[in-house]
Write a protein that binds this ligand. Structure first.
Ligand code: SF4
Ligand code: SF4
Length: 432
């Protein structure tokens, strides 16, 4: 439904809902952050949306302006004065419709602005909180809302011709690799990016092959196959919780000691940093990204790698793994063990730019023109490395770059680090 076709009553109730949501989301920490901004503008220079457009509306802290207005009018110490004297005007429905664009279409929740802010303001977290209020007011983008609703109800973000469970089994058969399903008493529970099921089945096979090589008991679970969390993208916290709970309950049911997050950055954030809060207590297992798990296995001697059949590469550090999770040494250790000649991008590790598709942006159709414009920042950096190919440890990054390749006629094909590891396993150690 377009904004113009929504009647006035609905628009007003959405504004009221969003303002209520904004003020409810504002805790002491958020209020402190909002008050700390010195308007230095450094976050603008950190954000690829601003860099690509030089449009001030894409300044990160500006994206939470309605949040600030709600705070000043509803929750700050001087709220009655702000309301009485009209120092902060009430947010309108048109403004909120525009802020849907700023909070969802033009933010990847990548956290680069948070890293650079001299006042330590976690702008990306504020944007995430503002998304919660927008969702509660019925203002999440349709695509994200629909996928989140479908996923919390069925376990899959979308209906597919064949259920993902059957597709997983078919991948196992096609690639002749064991992908155990619904086992119990295992060391590791696996899940898979839906992006890999749909676009990169070889990456799913690679995960199975590597686990087989390590000789660690493992399983996928039919009731919790998908790693992504569209509740997180859409701002729907209840749905985020129920999607995380599917994975948590299945990991408990199979008594896994580790829930292994595949190559999916946002799934890592949702499970590693946010799931325990939503669950209400500490998780009775570890959450690890596959890259860090493999680097530990390499260090411990159970992962044995030969030389990779690849020339020079650049590496796309997924924001959620590196900037938020500190997983930067692990992929480099794996590449070094495979003899990969790494050409670093100008901004790498924690300072890496987002691929442009994160935070659900790649799923929002109307956001595509701006996304392409923004991606050019990253593509220029990749081209400047003059590497033969480039790798990433996130299938959503890969999918976003693949889309850019088609859109721009770009001559770079993103590849999966996990697939390269699977191709480089010492042959003698792979069980028949
Ligand atoms: S970098 Fe921090 S202090 Fe500076 S404008 Fe942005 S949020 Fe405010
Ligand atoms: S989180 Fe990333 S995309 Fe969003 S405002 Fe900050 S730097 Fe820009």
């Amino acid at each position: 439904m377009s904004e113009t076709s929504i009647d006035a009553e609905t628009r007003n109730s959405r504004v009221a809902g969003a303002m209520k949501g904004f003020s409810q989301e504002i805790g002491a920490l958020s209020a402190f952050r909002l008050e700390s901004c010195i308007h230095c503008g450094m976050c603008a220079d950190a954000c690829h949306y601003y860099i690509a457009t030089e449009d001030p509306q894409y300044t990160p802290i500006w994206k939470v302006e309605p949040f600030k207005q709600a705070y000043k009018r509803e929750a700050s110490a001087f709220a009655p004065l702000f309301r009485w004297f009209g120092f902060k005007r009430a947010v309108t429905a048109d403004q909120l419709a525009h802020w849907q664009h700023l909070l969802f279409d033009s933010c990847n929740l990548c956290g680069r602005c948070s890293l650079i802010c001299p006042m330590g303001i976690d702008v990306a977290s504020l944007i995430e909180q503002a998304r919660h209020a927008m969702f509660d007011a019925g203002l999440a983008p349709e695509e994200l809302h629909a996928k989140a609703e479908h996923q919390q109800r069925t376990g899959q973000p979308e209906a597919s011709l064949e259920p993902y469970r059957d597709q997983l089994l078919a991948i196992g058969e096609k690639y002749a690799v064991s992908l155990p399903l619904d086992a119990t008493d295992v060391e590791v529970m696996l899940c898979v990016p839906r992006t890999d099921i749909e676009h990169y089945p070889a990456a799913v096979a690679a995960l199975g092959r590597v686990m087989q090589h390590l000789g660690v008991s493992h399983t996928f679970r039919s009731d919790a196959l998908v790693a992504e969390n569209y509740g997180y993208y859409s701002g729907g916290q209840d749905w985020q919780r129920s999607i995380s709970l599917r994975l948590i309950e299945q990991a408990i049911a199979c008594r896994a000691k580790v829930l292994l997050v595949p190559e999916c950055g946002h799934a890592y954030t949702a499970l590693r940093w946010e799931a325990a809060d939503l669950y209400g207590k500490a998780l009775p297992f570890k959450v690890m990204a596959v890259t860090e798990y493999l680097a530990l296995a390499l260090h411990g001697g159970s992962l044995k790698l030969g030389k990779a059949a690849i020339g020079s590469v650049s590496f796309q550090d997924p924001c959620q793994l590196d900037r938020k999770g500190g997983v930067s040494a692990a992929p480099r250790a794996l590449m070094q063990a495979m003899g990969v000649q790494l050409h670093e991008m100008e901004n790498n590790r924690s300072f890496s730019f987002c691929c442009g598709g994160g935070g659900g942006v790649v799923d929002i159709e109307r956001a595509a023109p701006l996304r392409y414009r923004t991606m050019e920042v990253k593509m220029r950096e990749i081209d400047a490395t003059e590497s033969d190919s480039f790798l990433t440890g996130c299938s959503d990054c890969r999918h976003t770059f693949d889309d850019a390749r088609r859109h721009f006629g770009w001559n770079k094909t993103p590849q999966s680090l996990l697939e390269l590891v699977a191709q480089s396993l010492e042959p003698t150690s792979v069980p028949p």
